[in-house]
Design a protein around this ligand. Structure first.
Ligand SMILES: [Zn+2]
Length: 409
């Protein structure tokens, strides 16, 4: 009897050693995959933290390692620095030029410009490790050069001040996606809170101007980001966009019924139009609570894959814009662990490559091709009627041509 017990214990021990060895192997395999293909994350809010903590002054910002630097080391909002990005094998990051809703109709355009300027200064200051990238090919090139491809996404349509001219200038400054809303309706698009019980939609999706924003983004080659928008806005944008759209940081509504997540019927439409959902790690969107785990995030990835297909899923953790993270995915250094778990669940290497970055590159290239086709077709910039009279979304302190004419001889 004692011998049988001994054999059983030995067996269990061997099994545990074997499993641990497998886990080490899988992590090594995940790292090898990420050397071959770029790992692209759709959304990181570090620039807003730099505004909060340092008033956008980079003089004393020790981006190499923030774990020993105040207030970063103490902040629940800080998950990103160069050392951990390298450890996590992140090859490309969309940095968010986030603009709070409280600035809508006030200085939202100025704030967006300041955040774009900050991202560009941050990257240029660390040019040995990072490079500003504005094309899909640029991501591949930066990956080969072992520099972090740094892309700019403007978060919140209110940042364009209801002006296609501002949108075009954001593109010129390197912006490659615009999130159509943040947590407020704009005069031309409803945000996700419009879907919540007791809320009355403002526009009911995209207005005529909202559709012209999407069309102009197609013409420019700027990706349309539908994280944060209401379901009717998602559907309108997908119907009107000539190019595939993205969700830069959203998860699956079927697993957590937050209005920030994407419902299955929208996932199916997204697949038809060739777009991508980059899965968010925020526990409130993953487990609809304060706690979640790496396995919960994997469940969202598997769900998007099941409903939309392997070609339409990516990662958009949302680090530095969240104050809670899943156990096992505490910061940007942990991505390889996620891929190791997917390998354990039987994901093929090819499918993992798609999730890591190839899907986003495909979407980005398709957006660029549609831009080129529209240019070849002779499409001109959309000319809006710059209003003299106040219109919705512009009824704030603005330069008044009428007044100017009245006082000019
Ligand atoms: Zn967001």
């Amino acid at each position: 009897m004692r011998m049988v017990m001994g054999v059983m214990v030995l067996g269990q021990l061997l099994m545990r050693i074997l499993l641990a060895a497998h886990a080490v192997d899988r992590l090594a395999a995940a790292r090898r995959i990420l050397r071959d293909v770029p790992l692209i994350d759709g959304h990181n809010d570090l620039p807003w933290n730099i505004r909060k903590f340092l008033k956008n002054q980079l003089r004393d910002f020790r981006f190499e390692d923030l774990k020993g630097s105040q207030p970063w080391s103490q902040s629940a909002w800080s998950h990103t620095d160069l050392r951990r990005l390298k450890e996590g094998m992140v090859a490309a990051q969309f940095w968010s030029a986030y603009v709070p809703c409280s600035s809508q109709h006030l200085d939202s355009v100025q704030l967006a410009l300041e955040q774009i300027d900050l991202i560009r200064r941050l990257v240029n200051k660390h040019s040995q490790h990072m490079v500003v990238v504005t094309t899909a090919e640029g991501i591949e090139k930066a990956h080969k050069e072992h520099r972090l491809a740094s892309l700019i996404g403007v978060e919140g349509g209110h940042a364009v001040g209801t002006s296609l001219a501002v949108l075009r200038m954001f593109y010129e400054l390197g912006t490659r996606y615009l999130t159509l809303t943040h947590t407020c309706n704009t005069p031309w698009a409803d945000c996700s809170t419009a879907d919540e019980p007791g809320q009355v939609p403002h526009v009911g999706g995209l207005s005529r101007f909202g559709k012209s924003v999407v069309w102009e983004m197609n013409r420019l080659g700027m990706m349309v980001d539908l994280s944060h928008v209401s379901v009717p806005t998602m559907l309108d944008a997908m119907a009107v966009s000539k190019a595939p759209v993205i969700f830069s940081h959203s998860s699956a509504h079927a697993l957590c019924n937050s209005s920030r997540n994407v419902p299955d019927h929208a996932l199916r439409l997204l697949a038809q139009s060739g777009g991508i959902v980059m899965v968010s790690f925020y526990p409130h969107f993953v487990s609809c609570g304060e706690r979640s785990t790496l396995d919960d995030v994997v469940a969202h990835i598997n769900h998007v894959r099941k409903v939309a297909g392997t070609n339409h899923v990516g990662l958009g953790a949302g680090y530095d814009g969240i104050n809670l993270t899943p156990a096992g995915l505490e910061d940007v250094s942990k991505y390889p662990e996620l891929f190791a778990e997917l390998l354990a669940q039987g994901w093929s290497e090819g499918d993992i490559q798609k999730l890591a970055g190839l899907n986003l590159i495909r979407v980005f290239k398709s957006v660029e091709q549609i831009r080129d086709r529209m240019a070849a077709d002779g499409m001109e910039p959309l000319e809006e009627d710059i209003p003299n009279e106040d219109i919705l979304g512009r009824d704030y302190c603005r330069y008044n041509l009428k007044h100017h004419l009245a006082i000019t001889p």
